[in-house]
Design a binder for this molecule. Sequence first.
Ligand code: NAD
Length: 307
Amino acid sequence: MKIAILGAGAMGSLYGGLLSQKNEVYLIDIWQEHVEQINKNGLVIQTAKEEKTYRPQAVTSAAQAGPADLVIIFVKSVHTDTALAQSRELFAEHTIALTLQNGYGNDEDILPYVQAANLLIGTTASGATVLQAGKVFQAGIGPTNIGTRDNRASENIAKIVRLFNDCGIESYVSDNIMEAVWTKLMVNVGINAVTALLDVRNGFLAESTAAYEVAEALVKEGTAVAKAEGYELNAAEIAEKYYIHGAKVVGQNRSSMLQDVDKKRKTEIEKINGAIVRIGKKHNIATPYNELIVKLINAKEDTYSLQ
Ligand code: NAD
């Protein structure tokens, strides 16, 4: 299958590298040095155990790749619209688009560029970080779940799940992907902004009662909003499972929002806590904790221009 990965940073490189074992893969990224390095020396994926080199093709523009059978969108959500507007050449009538980005509402950003029936949405429990141009680290490995935004059955899902599993990416067809999206959103709602503002690793939530209570309050508002949308999630369970128990497993992780703030990059706050505020308004549900934390992250982003 011809696969284009739009945004080949940490996650795009990880998926693109693995998929290149059995498919024609194009990594598309505006990061020139990364693209050059991959074409010259291959893409290196490092894990805790080994280092392997893969040979996808890397390009800086969609025009160099042309129409693909599958486009996986892996830019940060703030760049989805710009990246897609620059990449119309990837889409033919039959092209399937898949987003595995974090946050809520990525599918709406993609919809103008693809046939609605060909849009798939998913979650991934894997994690990665960029080490240097041409080299990424697979930080965690976990399942990928794929479905459609209205939980409609589609032949495309099974096809992509098979293709992923064939390349060692453990994947499942989900008949309720939106519930998985909401659950993952809740994890990010509690962890990302708090760790980014406090400049701490995820495990800190299990060490500080005050930080934990802020995360839990954010998630409680989130679950109230999720309920209004038809998804019954338990805030206390999520906080306990991911912030206390999870801290033992991935406590050393630095959240992606903390990494963005460190590098003075625009964060995905609008698709995470911002989504809770937006959807809360639609249902007349007050979300003061989430409103405040969105503003604090926005203010943090404003500090980037200070010397
Ligand atoms: P990243 O910043 O490492 O990679 C994004 C890439 O997109 C960068 O290399 C950037 O140069 C590229 N890009 C930006 N604008 C572009 C454009 N116009 N055209 C082409 N490329 C462009 O980000 P990431 O950590 O790989 O995250 C990608 C998505 O996956 C995010 O939504 C994130 O929340 C989600 N996610 C990340 C992880 C993780 O562990 N890193 C885990 C799960 C989900």
